[in-house]
Each structure stands twice: as C-alpha cells, then as structure tokens.
Write a new protein. Structure first.
Lengths: 201, 201
DNA sequence: CCGCGCCCATGACAAATGTCACCGCCAACG
DNA sequence: CGTTGGCGGTGACATTTGTCATGGGCGCGG
C-alpha cells in the first residue's frame, strides 16, 4: 500500500484527485492539504511515502515545500503536479529533489502509474517536456533582473520598483533594459510575461 | 440517472472529476470533451441533461459554448465550473443561460449536489460570490475600451494595437487614458490586469 | 593578483506613453 | 428636434520608459 499526500489549493480538484486515486487498490491517500506551509507537518504526521505537490500554492510555493520536505523527511518521494509545462519549473523541481514531474494536461491514468514508479525509486518525467527544458536552455537572468522583472509584472512604475527594492531609478531602468535585450522582446511587459512563461520568474 | 457532460481542458483534472462523479449512484458521465467547440456535438449525440463547462477552454470559450448549447439544445442545463470568482464571469454566465456557477475552490462534495439541484431545475450559485458580483457593479468599459485593453494586455505597443484595430495611435491612447481613469489605476498594465481580474476583459 | 561578471549609480538622450482640449459623426432617446 | 454618449481623430504637452556610455565596488576563479 503506497501512502500518498496530496497538496493542491483548489478544493474541488483536490477532492477529485483523491477520488481518482481511491480507485487504485495499492494506493491510499493519507493526507490532503491546501497550503504549501502545511505540507511538512502533514507529511511527518501521516508518514506519507509519496507527496503529490502542486506548484502554485498559497503560503508557500510547492517547490519550496519540496525542499523542506527533502531536508527533514528524505525518505518521502516527491511528485510535482502542475498546470504549466514551463522549462524552468522542471529544472527547479529537479533541483528541489523531486522524483517526478507531471502535467495536469497528461491523461488521468498516468497519475497512479507515476506514483507507483516513483514509490519504487524511479524518476518520472514527461519525455517531451524534458526535451523542451533542455532545448530552452537555462535561465539567462541574474537574480536582480528576476526581482525587477517580477516587480514589473503587475504594472508597477520604475519609481515604485526602485523604492521597493531600495535601488535608484536609473538602476532599475538598466536592469529592465538588459533583461529586455536578453529576452529579445520590446518592452518590460513582454519581458515579464516571457520570463514567467519560461518559469524563470 | 442524471446524464452529465464534462468539458475541461486539463486531462488529469477531467479524469479526476469523472472519478469523483462515478462515486455517485444517480449520476453517470456520458461524455467528456477537452475543447469548447466539441461541446455542442457531444451534448447532442450523448443526450446529456447537464453540461459541466469550464470557462477557459481551447477552441471556444465555455461561455460561448453555453450560448450555442442553449440555442440548439435548450433542455440541457448548464453548470459553469471555473477557477476564478470574477464578478463579470458570473454575470456573463447567467446571460449565457447557465443554471449553475461553481468555483473550483468549493468543496468537492458540492459538485454532485449542484448537479442534482440543477437537474431538478433549480439555480445554484455560491451566495458569497453572488454578493460580490452585485457589489462590484457592472462593467464600466465601453466595447472599444475593452478591445484596446485586451490588446494591451500582452505588452503590445500603441502602434501595434492601433494597426491591429485599424485605429489612429492618438485614438488608442485616448481609449487607454479613459480606461485608466475609469478604473482608478495609473497605467495600462494595471488597467488591463484589473479589468481582467473583474472578468471584464 | 588580475580579469570577469554582477551590482549599483549617473547623466543624457530618443522614443513611447498618458493627459488634455477640442473637433466631427452617428445612433439612441426623451 | 435637441441632447446625450460612444466612437474616431488631431495636436500639443509633460512624464515615463528604454537605451547608451561610463564608472566604481565586490566576489570568485584562473
């Protein structure tokens, strides 16, 4: 019997996934949580063998939860389940110690299969996604550029970004300009959107 | 036995929802589709009594699918199932002839319940959401302003928006400026994001 | 130690953006 | 019929944004 923890913020989807896994004889759901910062305690108290983590979670990112889990409960295998097949997400998931990476676009039958294989110690990644992750290359942005871009994502002005990061306005403009050129786009909005679509945030 | 059609683009979620509904004795899933433009034919050929429609669908918006379905198959009740509790979505869903409006944030148990009530001819809407929809008021944007804002959403320049809508640049700037003031924000990006978050697109 | 890359900053400049006043056209409505 | 409001347009203006050159400080690897 494989003991599984499910972390997913949308209650309806979470419940549906539980129903899906209940159909399997060799899998039992021992914990469900809605927040990233509940993952650790729930995993410890339930003795989960496999943790199924969404990336977009309130409280704490699924990838961050994976890191915590890996540190204090290294026997628990981790499967990331996410909507977006962003190359950067896959890379970061692997860096976080995940054993599996599944898309919500994948057929429902693959879920139980992936959990079984991960429980046996295998790694499970959509091969096509792995290719695009390799082809896409790695994140060309420096940490500062990421911060500035992330701040610009929701329409903040240069002045706001500057004060929120304790920088000069000119510096912010420089970082933005460099990021725009690296990404080959024409303004900050496109740059921010593109970076996010690649999982570079 | 209530005959249900499910339209949801993410295969994993779709399969999980099917598993969830399979647990109910009086509900049977007679069709599942991934695209909005497959809803109509699938509903007709399967004789579905209730259609469960996601809003974000490839091919054709779930709300548009609802309108088509309403016209050519008026006996089929419609339930909109969506991630976002945007006030504008609810209003448009009701205008599209939907009988129910459910959030993916709602508990999984509510799904079967909502389907049963809708099948009996009742209307099902999250009461809290209905309140915010009323409080939020209706869309203050004119059709043109919506178009311009939508085009600006992905970082297009004024010139690009102008040529794509066959307008003068000055006119586009005017529409943007008016929209920015109506929405009480400070630039086009915030305006576009705010409008989208309200479902005014 | 020296170079390299990242970070921060300045100042200047061109381009894009946001605002304003004012124009006309047209359809809906009292 | 006159008024109102959405739509399209012009021109001007201040502000913001994107680009460039340049320079200093810091940490890391050869």
């Amino acid at each position: 019997m494989i003991r599984v923890l499910i972390a997913e913020d949308q209650a309806m989807v979470r419940g549906a996934l539980v129903a899906l896994l209940r159909l399997e004889d060799d899998i039992t759901v021992v914990a469900e949580v809605a927040r990233g910062d509940d993952v650790l305690t729930a995993a410890l108290s339930s003795g989960a063998e496999v943790a199924l983590l969404d990336i977009e979670l309130p409280g704490c990112d699924g990838l961050a939860a994976a890191v915590q889990l890996r540190e204090s409960h290294p026997d628990c295998r981790i499967v990331i389940l996410t909507t977006f097949g962003r190359a950067g997400y896959l890379r970061r998931a692997m860096d976080s110690g995940a054993s599996g990476f599944l898309l919500k676009d994948a057929p429902a039958t693959e879920l139980a299969d992936a959990i079984r294989r991960v429980a046996k110690g295998e790694r499970v990644v959509d091969p096509e996604l792995a290719l695009t992750a390799l082809a896409g290359g790695s994140n060309p942005l420096t940490p500062r550029e990421r911060q500035v871009l992330a701040a610009a994502l929701d329409g903040a002005t240069v002045a706001e970004v500057a004060s929120s990061l304790f920088l000069s306005e000119g510096t912010v403009r420089n970082h933005l300009s460099v990021a725009i050129q690296k990404l080959g786009v024409r303004n900050r909005v496109q740059a921010a959107r593109f970076a996010q679509s690649m999982g570079w945030l």
